[in-house]
Design a protein around this ligand. Structure first.
Ligand SMILES: [Zn+2]
Length: 503
């Protein structure tokens, strides 16, 4: 089924089509359809909940190209991580290969594609994409850019300059700061203005920050934004410069479409119409070749990904998923206590409807792929929970002990557990939570509150052969086999640990 146009949209399309052929005394007016994505994050499969996924992006792009319009397709970065198991097994390389198949004209570098990514892997990204990634504001010590900063492409009689930008990174890694980045963009846009009809900055950067960069770089006509995962329903026009800023959400859920009418004499955008097109599986035809290619890769690299675990009656949020994950890890590691931090570990909900192994991986499998066990005293465990609650003000998720909460004078709460203070318990948690939450809090407490039980000794943990995906898949299966549902079990786990009076 094709996308249906409502009548007023047809009228606008018709008017735009007329404009294309009109040539006035001031020169020709040309039409361009700018399609854009951002923060695809390894969503190479058809998405859950009947929406999203790169095969649908591919199908939509092919359909628009087939209609005969001049199409430019760009992506504003964060191509890798947080997504499907099969793409993870290729370290994100497969997602770039999918983008080469779709035929992107320019792809910016996102923080997830750059931070802690070895240069060798970035070269594999570029080889799979079949072109260099674009980024102006990461530079070598001598000031030369690390990546290709910009490229000029021709479409529909227009010369279009594409400039890549990333959220400012650490100076030690060659990143320019926000202001320097704006100044560099201004210089590059000015230079390219002279040789092109349209200047597009493809920025892994939020909409408000792109607005600020626009003020610094008035020669940029369009900012394709990313990073903040914002589904911006229509373009923001920067009052001082007239530049349009667009962003298309995340995870291949939408393709942004910006129809532009450009006069060549003088060169400027004279009209625009922008919107987000949802990759709704009921309305967009997928690219069957890409669907088949993804299935083939999955069969070879992640055959377990499509195994069905059951029907989920209601979407589970990050807290519920973390709680089920904590219990799953506790059982798999035969531990007394399991932790799974909802912000540190969990990256996606567990959708309503059919749930497969891939959905569990997307929810927490990447961050939970390494797990440790530590012997901690009851006092240390209780101190960790309180440090999370009072210092970080982020509620933890755990199973294996009960707490009572009591308000403390001056605000906040003190949580006391039913654990024995001096007894040692076997505690399991993802390595990333152990390192970035527990050990870091213990370090902070050593100077701020040396009497805190968490600050008293050097804490050690040992890696175990348990991971979030396998443990959670096994546990979810067990819940189904017992005749229970996952949302009911997630609720029951809360009741089990709220042992005391309400505050
Ligand atoms: Zn992102």
């Amino acid at each position: 089924m094709n996308m249906r146009l409502v009548p007023w949209q047809r009228v606008i399309r018709g008017l735009l089509a007329l404009v294309v052929v009109s040539v006035s005394a001031w020169g020709a007016e040309l039409r361009l359809v700018l399609l854009h994505t951002n923060d695809l994050h390894d969503h190479v499969r058809a998405g859950d909940s009947r929406s999203g996924g790169l095969p649908y992006v591919a199908g939509y792009v092919r359909q628009i190209r087939a209609e005969g319009a001049a199409v430019l397709l760009v992506d504003a970065g964060d191509v890798t991580e947080k997504g499907d198991l099969v793409a993870f097994r290729t370290e994100g390389v497969m997602t770039y290969e999918a983008m080469r198949r779709i035929g992107y004209d320019g792809v910016a570098v996102g923080n997830h594609d750059f931070d802690d990514v070895p240069p060798e892997r970035i070269r594999r990204f570029e080889a799979a994409l079949g072109q260099s990634l674009l980024c102006l504001n990461i530079v070598q010590p001598d000031g030369r850019p690390v990546f290709t900063p910009s490229r000029v492409v021709e479409r529909g009689g227009l010369r279009i300059a594409l400039i890549g930008m990333i959220v400012p990174r650490e100076a030690s890694k060659g990143g320019l700061d926000f202001k320097e980045s704006g100044a560099a963009l201004s210089r590059e846009a000015k230079r390219l203005r002279a040789v092109s009809d349209l200047v597009v900055a493809v920025c892994h950067q939020s909409v408000p920050k792109c607005v600020e960069w626009s003020r610094a770089a008035p020669d940029v006509d369009v900012f394709v934004s990313g990073h903040s995962h914002q589904a911006l329903p229509e373009p923001v026009v920067v009052p001082e410069t007239g530049a349009r800023v667009v962003q298309a959400g995340k995870y291949a859920q939408w393709v942004g479409r910006l129809d532009l009418v450009i006069s060549t004499e003088p060169r400027r955008v004279v009209r625009h119409e922008g919107r987000l097109v949802p990759m709704d599986h009921g309305k967009v035809e997928p690219d069957e070749t890409m669907l088949a290619w993804v299935s083939e890769r999955e069969a070879a690299l992640a055959p377990e990904a499509g195994q069905q675990l059951g029907e989920n009656p209601a979407e589970l949020d990050g807290f519920a998923v973390a709680r089920l994950g904590a219990e799953a890890l506790r059982r798999a590691a035969r531990a007394d206590v399991g932790f799974c931090h909802p912000y540190q570990v969990i990256r996606d909900v567990l959708p309503a409807g059919r749930v497969d192994v891939n959905a569990v991986f997307k929810a927490g499998g990447d961050r939970g792929r390494e797990v440790v066990v530590a012997e901690l005293t009851g006092a240390e465990i209780e101190a960790y929970v309180n440090a999370l609650v009072s210092v970080q003000r982020e509620p933890p998720e755990w199973t294996g002990f009960r707490v009572q909460r009591a308000p403390v004078p001056g605000g906040g709460e003190r949580w006391s557990s039913d654990l024995e203070a001096t007894r040692r318990y076997r505690v399991v948690l993802p390595t990333i939570e152990w390192e970035t939450r527990l050990l870091r809090l213990a370090d902070q407490l050593r100077s701020r509150d040396p009497a805190n039980p968490l600050a008293a000794r050097t804490l050690v943990a040992a890696k175990v052969e348990v991971n979030f995906t396998d443990a959670t898949v096994a546990y979810l299966r067990e819940v189904v086999a017992s005749g229970d549902t996952w949302p009911r079990r997630a609720e029951a786990l809360v009741k089990q640990r709220e042992g005391g009076r309400a505050p």
